[in-house]
Design a protein around this ligand. Structure first.
Ligand code: ZN
Length: 503
């Protein structure tokens, strides 16, 4: 068999494994949306069987042998070609999947399932001591995982690699330090400002049926294809790409708060556009899969914030909102609405944070998980250290652990190294918008007209169609002409908030 045949066999096999995995994705979506409550136990059985089948097939020795054969072939002569990128990325995930002993995989699955339950219970009772032994166990297992995967500099890098391949703790430290240094004074200036938005505008009665049609129109307008996707209701919004032609997004409605569903839908539709923009013929292969979590998040934040919270966007959409929700917004001026949706206010809960303070929540978690993983911070000291550092960063102190270190599910699931990807998404999205502004003629005029086709096509060509062909920083550098950095995002925040808060 020559290299081309080996490659074709391998890609056929991987497509099969991904088709199997996509069945689990449909089941996962159904579990969150329409499955009756009593179906849970059986659903668990279905999903875990599929996961096991996928894992077994992907870690089979034949896959490793095929990769070794291909690595010695001239398919790799151009490292940026699609086959070369697929082989490189398959090797990376194959090594990761085979280096972690199956005993550890099973133990992680068992402990994190239990830890999630214990986390929920501890959060409800507002009692960190109930969660403490579980977090200790999770950390021990994650340390073991990092050791089996291997790393050159920091143990954290081995875990980060699962979510943001190529990123390192050292680079994050440097980027986030610069970010914090610039963010804190902006947030302080805002807090000292006498200008305050009329938040009440957003907390009027917005009938759910009207919210639904309005958000759907907005998602359709930016290009989410409802012939290849759906929008449903779940307790926790998400986006899941099932496969070519099928991407599901979800939202939740609050009858007395405009932002929750509207910006949530723009966010998930941004993720959805990415999934819908992946190359169908590369389905199941790295070049047909999302580049990284940070890049995925850059797409959602791009539409939610860079576009969706811009003045231009609302110049176009606000008259339509006034008509759609009539008479709720009849007495409201565009500029007051725009200020209200861009309010900055330090708060305890990450998921409710605004664009500026959000990143301080991430910096806090990044610092703490780094210290927890290295052992510099003992789990029992986490609540106090969280409060102290939170106070330094935000100028307010969480009154309890429910509003502090017990608020997020990630650590109980073993998601150490996940949080930074949210802020990376913010940083990338600002760089992408700058580049789009330079490269698309009359972009501002197009947004005012509600024409998003050129912008979506620009993202498709520069981000979506490449999948994992380049690493995240390679992809950003190729699209915007410089590596990831925080300056574009800081400039963006300053130019948005200075006129609003007059500092
Ligand atoms: Zn997201």
């Amino acid at each position: 068999m020559n290299a081309t045949e080996t490659y074709q066999n391998l890609t056929r096999k991987l497509r099969e494994i991904s088709v199997l995995g996509s069945c689990a994705a449909v089941l996962g979506w159904d579990e969150q949306t329409y499955m009756p409550p009593k179906g849970g136990t059986f659903r668990g059985e279905q999903v875990s069987l599929l996961a096991q089948m996928c894992h077994e097939q992907f870690t089979a020795p034949e896959i490793g042998e095929a990769l070794s054969t291909l690595e010695g072939s001239d398919l790799l002569s151009d490292p940026d070609s699609i086959p070369a990128a697929n082989i490189r990325e398959l090797r990376r995930s194959y090594n990761r999947a085979t280096k972690i002993p199956s005993r550890l995989v099973a133990e992680l699955a068992r402990v994190t399932t239990l830890a999630q339950g214990e986390w929920r219970n501890a959060r409800e009772k507002n009692d960190f001591s109930l969660f403490q032994p579980w977090l200790e166990q999770v950390l021990n297992l994650k340390r073991e995982e990092a050791e089996s995967v291997g790393y050159t500099e920091h143990r954290y890098d081995a875990l980060l690699d699962e979510y943001e391949p190529g990123m390192t703790a050292a680079r994050l430290k440097q980027m986030f330090a610069e970010l914090a240094q610039n963010l804190v004074p902006i947030i302080q200036a805002i807090q000292n400002s006498k200008c305050k938005p009329q938040g009440e505008i957003l907390h009027r009665p917005y009938p759910i049926e009207l919210q639904k049609t309005f958000a759907e129109q907005a998602a359709r307008q930016i290009g989410f294809d409802f012939e290849a996707g759906r929008l449903d209701v779940t307790a926790h919004p998400f986006c899941t790409g099932i496969g070519p032609g099928d991407c599901r997004i979800t939202t939740r409605y609050n009858a007395n708060f405009f932002n929750e569903s509207f910006f949530g839908v723009l966010h998930e539709a941004g993720h959805g556009l990415y999934e819908q923009g992946l190359l169908a013929e590369q389905f199941g292969l790295p070049c047909g899969s999302a580049c990284s979590l940070g890049i995925h998040e850059s797409q959602s934040r791009f539409w939610e914030n860079q576009v969706g919270r811009s003045h231009r966007y609302w110049q176009m959409l606000f008259p339509k909102a006034q008509a759609h929700f009539s008479p709720v917004l009849a007495d409201v001026r565009l500029d007051d609405f725009y200020f209200a949706i861009n309010e900055v206010k330090p708060s305890f809960i990450r998921v409710e944070a605004d664009e500026a303070t959000y990143n301080l929540h991430i910096i806090l978690r990044f610092e703490l998980e780094l210290a927890l993983l290295s052992g510099d911070l003992a789990v029992k000291d986490l609540p106090q250290v969280w409060r102290d550092r939170f106070t330094q960063l935000f100028g307010i102190t969480p009154p309890d652990d429910k509003l502090g270190c017990l608020q997020d599910i990630h650590w109980s699931m073993g998601g150490i190294g996940y949080f930074p990807t949210y802020t990376l998404g913010n940083l990338y999205s600002a760089q992408l918008m700058n580049a789009a502004q330079q490269q698309i003629v009359n972009l501002n005029e197009l947004i005012l007209q509600g024409d998003f086709v050129p912008l979506r096509e620009w993202l498709r060509e520069n981000i979506h169609i490449h999948g994992k062909r380049y690493t995240a920083d390679g992809l950003i550098e190729k699209a915007v002409g410089e590596p990831p950095q925080s300056r574009a995002f800081i400039d963006y925040l300053r130019s948005k908030y200075q006129p609003l808060y007059q500092f």
